[in-house]
Design a protein around this ligand. Structure first.
Ligand code: GTP
Ligand code: MG
Length: 203
């Protein structure tokens, strides 16, 4: 898929106020600092479309971006950021969960996990939550540039093995790096295919 346009639309804390337009929507979720906003910029070939930071907790709202006038990409706040007060974290968690439960246009969530890390409880819990709410999801292994290819392969194999303890079938997964554009074409091809597959439902 060629990216012809990528525009910021609106930021919200409540799914009720999210854009009403019925077009396919994809959302990025994962721990703070895992690289959600950076991945959006990499995919869209835009440096500052989504705000990024070395410090966790940068994205604090539900951010809608409209791509090629055909689909939405959504950047969300990260979960599990210890520096944010408990009260604020609970609020984040609340509106994020509400978004996933209520957003009808959402066709797929992407759960981002750092390629270097073993499965973390908070991510497994979130996948479980998505499963319980019938939200289709894929896993994206981020920051692949931080590992050599043999280590990367081993780490991902062991991550998947661990997942099979909880899931009968593995979700689809992608490996990406926002530092060197790794995984961009494959990911965009996937979106293009899903957009075609769901087109009937959005007529
Ligand atoms: P929150 O908005 O706080 O939840 O974080 P986020 O998940 O949106 O992460 P963000 O994209 O802001 O990136 C966090 C940090 O990781 C930044 O310093 C990025 O430059 C860095 N980063 C993100 N992706 C990559 C990557 O693929 N490779 C490398 N080396 N660094 C990355
Ligand atoms: Mg962010």
């Amino acid at each position: 898929m060629k990216i012809k346009s990528a525009e910021f639309v609106v930021s919200n804390t409540n799914v009720i106020n999210c854009p009403k337009e019925r077009i396919p929507e994809y959302a990025f979720i994962g721990r703070s600092n895992v690289g959600k906003s950076s991945l959006i910029n990499m995919l869209m070939e835009r440096k500052d479309l989504a705000k990024t930071s070395g410090k966790p907790g940068k994205t604090q709202l539900i951010n809608h971006f409209k791509i090629n006038n055909e689909w939405f990409l959504v950047d969300l706040p990260g979960y599990g950021y210890a520096q944010v007060s408990k009260k604020k974290r609970a609020k984040f968690q609340g509106f994020i969960e509400y978004y996933f439960k209520e957003r009808e246009q959402l066709v797929c969530a992407f759960v981002l996990v750092d390629s270097r890390h073993d499965p973390q409880k908070i991510d497994l819990d979130f996948m479980q939550f998505l499963g319980e709410n019938q939200v289709p999801f894929c896993i994206i292994f981020t920051k692949a540039d931080k590992l050599g290819s043999s280590k990367l392969g081993k780490q991902i194999t062991s991550y998947k093995k661990e997942l099979l303890k909880y899931w009968e079938e593995l979700p689809m997964s992608f490996i990406t790096s926002s530092a060197n554009n790794f995984g961009r074409d494959e990911f965009l091809k996937f979106i293009e295919q899903v957009n075609e597959d769901v087109a009937q439902d959005f007529k």
